[in-house]
Design a protein around this ligand. Structure first.
Ligand code: NAG
Ligand code: NAG
Length: 320
């Protein structure tokens, strides 16, 4: 892969490049960071949905006991409950969160002298922030090795997508994230900020004609590469004709290429089911309607993308 010149606000290289051709994820990458209680072999990149849900349940249990304790002034109890939960869920969450949890838990173990309230307070909040990120996290769809002899790929054309996407940032909510698009290289880059409760950058392509994609199975992306391979996830945003009537509503699918493989990413329409409004699921809303699509977009958002990001791909379109 060749490095490309980017606009001057972004100066960073794709950290993933070094792993492009390794078929095995380097399990011990974090060994230097986690030296004490954690065994390296427990580290894994993506958990199963079941493990992730188990972790989320354990978190809500810990918060349901910890938050009242904290509010009642028992900060030590809150911090202790959170630390216990952090140890238990660490093996059930993606490695990027695992590292953060264990760092908090171990820091305490190392420095046991100055046990004052301020320290417990900071610990409780630090763990709470990681917990909140895990609760928000969704497992991404990732590329798979497939036999594609029976798959038809139909790339989006420039006449279909139009010239330039519209940039939609978190400034709707007072945030200050930034993002841009380089169409020659299909590169989406930028920086998300958590300031003012913001945290997303997105691009939207509005179709001049409503798209009838009922014949297709879903959307594919070939040659997907992105920053912080094992941490960042991105979203495809879709709007159908129903979304046009409901302010700020859309459908999303989370995707990533954590192992930076060259396999194609297939996002089936059947995985795009829940209409959202400003990120909140809309209960009872109809499912995505591929026969009346009005807009497609790409999004980088917290909790996985905080700070600079870059996403690029060779080609995208419909597969059937
Ligand atoms: C492709 O389709 C043909 C004909 O339906 C079938 O025989 C073959 O097994 C399919 N190949 C794969 C990899 O699914
Ligand atoms: C979409 O195309 C299919 C055939 O591929 C057709 O049956 C259907 O009526 C079309 N839907 C709309 C909304 O145009």
């Amino acid at each position: 892969m060749t490095m490309r010149l980017l606009p001057s606000i972004i100066h960073f290289t794709l950290t993933a490049t070094a792993y492009l051709h390794s078929s095995h994820y380097p399990l011990c990458r974090y060994h230097r960071l986690i030296s004490l209680s954690s065994s390296c072999s427990r580290l894994k990149m993506l958990p199963s949905n079941q493990e992730l849900n188990q972790a989320k349940q354990r978190i809500s249990q810990a918060i349901s006991l910890g938050a009242p304790a904290y509010n009642a002034g028992d900060i030590l109890r809150c911090a202790t409950l959170y630390k216990e939960a952090a140890r238990e869920i660490a093996p059930l969450v993606p490695s990027t969160f695992q590292v953060k949890l264990l760092r908090e838990v171990e820091e305490e173990d190392v420095d046991d002298e100055d046990n004052n309230e301020k320290k417990y307070d900071a610990k409780a909040w630090a763990l709470r922030r990681v917990f909140d990120s895990i609760v928000e996290y969704q497992l991404p769809i990732i590329p798979h090795k497939i036999s594609d002899e029976n798959i038809t790929y139909e790339p989006f054309t420039s006449s279909q997508l139009g010239i330039e996407p519209v940039r939609v940032m978190d400034s709707v909510m007072g945030g200050i994230s930034r993002g841009g698009w380089i169409s020659q290289t299909n590169t989406f880059f930028g920086e998300t900020s958590l300031a003012n409760n913001g945290g997303f950058a997105s691009l939207r392509w509005r179709f001049s004609n409503m798209q009838n994609w009922s014949y297709a199975k879903g959307i594919y992306i070939k040659g997907l590469k992105h920053s912080k391979a094992d941490e960042h996830t991105f979203r495809i945003i879709l709007k159908d004709v129903v979304c046009e009537r409901i302010r700020l509503s859309n459908f999303k699918a989370v995707f990533a290429n954590p192992q930076q493989t060259d396999d194609p990413l297939l996002i089936p329409f059947t995985s795009i089911t829940q209409m959202e409004q400003m990120g909140q699921p809309m209960v009872g809303a109809p499912a995505f309607n591929p026969s009346a699509v009005t807009e497609i977009g790409l999004m980088a958002i917290k909790p996985t993308v905080v700070g600079q990001f870059q996403l690029e791909f060779l080609e995208w379109g419909l597969y059937s």
